[in-house]
Design a protein around this ligand. Structure first.
Ligand SMILES: Nc1ncnc2c1ncn2[C@@H]1O[C@H](COP(=O)(O)OP(=O)(O)OP(=O)(O)O)[C@@H](O)[C@H]1O
Ligand SMILES: [Mg+2]
Length: 487
């Protein structure tokens, strides 16, 4: 209205000056202040614009009347956005904030190294002047945090590997990545439900523990050691952890790392909210002789050179190409460099926990030791439910009892059992009968070969007695479940 009045009354030269004056008077009288958040700031993309768009997508999905829908590459979810000139009120700490999405055609195209979009997009944020400090102090941070959270939830996770042997790609990254689509979850994982709950609670405490770690002066990281025979679900557990927390996985192939400094560089290039995995740690490096390593000349330390295990070579110090030392690995997991990011989980897996150096197992490095055991009765019930759809009470009581009687003595891995079930999944009765037969046959074999069982038990016992165990509660639960094992 004011503008049309100006056009009618004032000559052109006076108009601009009057408009400026008017807007100044208006700003002085108004109790609101305005912030423009444009999509492109000069030639750089404005992160805050993208964050605001994501953040508002959660509110817009509920209140907006005309919405734009987008689905990013690799994303599993659709996000909603505000259309041109749409408004939305968000409330932060009891303070209402008005957002308007403004899209205007870009007029004279200025010179730029990259083509700019045809229209200018931006949000205008309106807030009462008295609440200005709130916006600047915490609201914008809140938006960034929430947007990151939404992004993580929507986006598929990535699995990174250092298979290029430390060489960098064009963007200077030592990691290769692929979208991570492993379907394993804690629901599909067959293990003692009590143990499972404790692990999930521990993971949740970790993920929500930022202030706790800050308060106690600890680096925000946690180590898990998964040990047990092959096929008991160690790798599946890692995938379930990543899916549960929404973290990326960095699968570190130690045999591809040449020295401690490369190891550190790899660590520096990992993002927060990730799981760093070293599988079969006992096969990757000589982990039994830290003192000897420390005394060795640099570059002549214990290392893995792609040949037989160092132990097999009698110490493994033959000066080959790789020179990762145990102390290098210890620093990787618990030294100053391990804190160069935050919210990170280290997971080591092994089939032979007794081969590992106690220094590697101590709390702070491997906080929780998780024994992945042969299939127990509760685990078997989970497999029957997942593979054949047998819920509680669906299976014949007698058959269930028979299965329960042999499953512990059979010492079959969940991998072995799931194979029998997969093979016969079209005929449930046949699957159960065949499983029962397989379990009984295995019990017979184990009894005939009594030494095998004792050896496994010995390994388990040694592992449980290994010094300075972390995750005491979980360990107790392992002990409890082991008490049920047959002698
Ligand atoms: N606890 C389990 N729950 C559900 N499925 C399992 C479990 N353990 C094993 N499996 C099945 O067996 C297959 C092999 O398991 P997985 O690779 O996790 O074993 P692992 O312990 O990592 O073995 P390895 O020590 O040889 O690496 C998986 O694809 C999975 O389907
Ligand atoms: Mg594995």
């Amino acid at each position: 209205f004011c503008q049309s009045l100006l056009h009618a009354v004032f000559p052109a030269e006076l108009r601009v000056a009057s408009l400026k004056l008017l807007s100044r008077v208006f700003n002085l009288c108004s109790s609101y202040c305005y912030y423009d958040i444009t999509e492109i700031d000069g030639v750089n993309t404005n992160e805050l614009y993208n964050a605001a768009q994501l953040y508002l997508s959660t509110s817009a999905s509920i209140t907006g009347s005309r919405l734009s829908l987008t689905r990013a590459t690799n994303s599993t979810a659709v996000t909603f956005g505000l259309s041109n000139s749409d408004n939305l009120v968000d409330v932060f700490l009891g303070v209402p904030v008005l957002w308007e999405h403004v899209i205007t055609p870009r007029q004279n195209q200025t010179f730029s190294w990259r083509p700019l979009p045809e229209d200018k997009r931006g949000f205008t944020l309106r807030i009462k002047k008295k609440d200005k400090s709130l916006v600047l102090d915490s609201y914008l941070d809140h938006i960034m945090d929430k947007a990151n959270e939404i992004r993580r939830k929507n986006q598929d996770r990535f699995l990174y590997t250092n298979s290029r042997g430390g060489s960098l790609d064009s963007r200077g990254h030592p990691w290769d990545s692929v979208p991570f689509k492993h379907p394993s979850t804690f629901e599909t994982l067959a293990m003692d439900p009590l143990k499972k709950e404790e692990i999930m609670a521990d993971l949740n405490d970790f993920a929500n523990g930022q202030s706790f770690y800050q308060k106690t002066g600890r680096a925000w990281k946690r180590g898990y050691l998964l040990y047990g025979p092959p096929g008991t679900g160690k790798s599946s557990m890692i995938a379930a952890m990543a899916n549960h927390l929404g973290y990326d996985i960095y699968d570190l192939e130690l045999t591809e790392v040449h020295n401690n400094s490369d190891l550190r560089k790899l660590l520096m290039k990992t993002s927060s909210k990730s799981i760093i995995v070293i599988e079969d740690i006992d096969c990757s490096i000589n982990l039994t002789n830290r003192k000897k390593n420390a005394g060795d000349a640099p570059g002549r330390n214990h290392h893995y050179d792609g040949g037989p295990l160092p132990e097999m070579r009698g110490g493994g110090d033959d000066g080959g190409g790789n020179s990762i030392t145990l102390s290098g690995l210890l620093n990787f997991t618990d030294g100053l460099w391990s804190c160069c990011g935050s919210e990170r989980i280290f997971v080591f897996t092994t089939n032979h926990v007794e081969k590992l150096d106690p220094a590697l197992l101590r709390s702070g490095r491997m906080d929780m030791h998780i024994f992945m055991s042969y299939c127990s009765f509760p685990s078997l019930k989970i497999l029957l439910k997942n593979y054949l759809g047998y819920g509680e009470g669906d299976l014949n009581e007698m058959v269930l009892k028979e299965l329960g009687e042999v499953v512990d003595d059979a010492q079959m891995t969940p991998a072995d059992i799931s194979e029998v079930l997969i093979k016969n999944r079209r005929d449930k009765d046949k699957a159960v009968n065949e499983l029962l037969e397989a379990l009984k046959a295995r019990v017979k074999k184990n009894r005939a070969n009594g030494g095998l069982m004792r050896e496994e038990e010995e390994q388990e016992k040694r592992a449980l007695e290994s010094p300075k165990q972390g995750g005491d509660e979980l360990q107790e639960s392992c002990n409890k479940s082991d008490d049920n094992k047959p002698n």
